[in-house]
Design a protein around this ligand. Structure first.
Ligand SMILES: NC(=O)c1ccc[n+]([C@@H]2O[C@H](COP(=O)([O-])OP(=O)(O)OC[C@H]3O[C@@H](n4cnc5c(N)ncnc54)[C@H](OP(=O)(O)O)[C@@H]3O)[C@@H](O)[C@H]2O)c1
Length: 347
């Protein structure tokens, strides 16, 4: 079952699944939005709200797995995890939200007991970074520091709304094994990606949870490439922004504005843009390893990677809550079309 199939990313995943020869059941809460896609792809359709876990469980009868693409996941993940545990179906999602990763790992024992896989983050956040984190960590046994940086293109409305949801929680880093607050916009640095050097700022990316599970490295910072001016604006306006967004009416107004104005990257942008990831692991004695990934555009990558993750889970059933790189290894990202890993940069 692909839940949230009518969203921007859900539709891309549905199309990729069909291209790979799969026949997912398309699901969501709104029949009118799902029907045209189900008709165009010739797929079965199920309408079920997340406020009705019993209804979800019965709609999962006979289905081995749910790929959950309806976010913000902090609002949608828990009922679907409960339904999957009750139905004995594997659960995968495309979240990038820190509290959701933490919640998924809290269900580890139940998932093992039920014999199912729970895997959050099978999209751009966190497949490439998680795989590259594992790759560099394996080259520096006993590493105590891990830096990850991403360079991405345009965001969809769903991603913008999910980011808005978590903005008031502020920045985060992992230090000494624990998540700690980090002032938004502080800590700018330059990172050399495979195509160019860019300014990056620490952001609370999902790897602060997943890379910790995958590598055990206790000090992790996740960065995103941003124009230097944008990072400065965030730093100086964040305290005010945080107070303003705490007002429900303002946040809901901002969500409506995003829905009306933000469109995900179009087909040309998805096929032409390239994304980049850099990772470095360091040990206290000076040993270090870095590596780079060059990848398709973020949403195109998400559709490709999510379907590959489903195929992997169905082919080699595993039990418990796992990160993509824990379950599939550091090279999993290389099985996704158009992805290349570099140990040294040309020139
Ligand atoms: N990890 C990654 O790299 C990655 C990549 C892409 C997207 N994402 C995440 O995936 C999510 C979806 O993104 P998108 O671009 O597809 O957004 P979108 O176009 O806004 O679609 C959101 C989908 O979720 C459904 N939905 C939202 N709240 C729901 C609820 N309470 N109950 C049932 N369905 C609900 C919507 O259904 P309705 O149409 O009925 O409202 C719609 O189908 C976002 O959280 C985004 O951050 C992550």
């Amino acid at each position: 079952m692909l839940y949230g199939a009518s969203g921007y990313t859900g539709r891309l995943i549905a199309e990729e699944a069909v291209r790979r020869g799969h026949r997912p059941v398309l699901a969501g809460r709104n029949r009118e939005k799902l029907a045209p896609l189900a008709e165009r792809l010739g797929l079965e359709l199920v309408v079920a709200g997340l406020d009705d876990v019993r209804g979800l469980v019965s709609s999962l009868e006979g289905l081995p797995l749910v790929l959950h693409a309806a976010g913000p996941f902090v609002r949608t993940s828990e009922p679907m995890v409960q339904a999957c545990l009750a139905a004995g179906a594997h659960y995968l999602d495309i979240t990038g939200e820190i509290p959701v990763f933490e919640s998924t790992f809290r269900h580890d024992a139940e998932a093992r007991a039920r014999g199912i896989t729970l895997m959050s983050g099978v999209g751009f956040d966190v497949v490439p970074t998680d795989c590259l984190a594992r790759y560099v960590a394996e080259r520096v046994p006993g590493a105590h520091e891990l830096d990850l940086a991403i360079s991405l293109g345009q965001a969809s409305a769903g991603t913008a709304k999910s980011a808005l949801e978590h903005l008031p929680a502020g920045g985060r880093v992992r230090r000494g094994g624990a998540l700690q607050p980090w002032p938004m916009g502080k800590g700018l640095r330059r990172v050399r990606f495979a195509d160019a050097e860019r300014t990056v700022a620490p952001i609370p990316w999902g790897d602060l949870v997943t890379a910790w599970h995958t590598t055990g490295i206790p000090n992790i910072t996740t960065y995103m490439a941003l124009p230097r001016a944008a990072a400065r604006v965030i730093r100086f306006t964040y305290p005010l922004l945080k107070r303003v967004l705490a007002v429900d009416a303002v946040r809901q107004g901002a969500e409506r504005l995003i829905e009306a104005r933000v469109q995900g990257p179009n087909e040309t942008a998805r096929s032409e843009h390239r994304s980049h990831v850099w990772a470095e692991a360091r040990a206290a004695d000076g040993r270090r390893a870095q590596a780079w990934l060059e990848l398709p555009e973020g949403y195109a990558f998400t559709a490709l990677a999510a379907v590959r993750a489903v195929e992997q889970v169905l082919a080699h059933e595993r039990q418990g809550a796992l990160t993509p790189a824990q379950a599939f290894g550091a090279d999993f990202v290389l099985s996704v079309e158009g992805c290349q890993r570099l140990d040294v940069l040309p020139g």
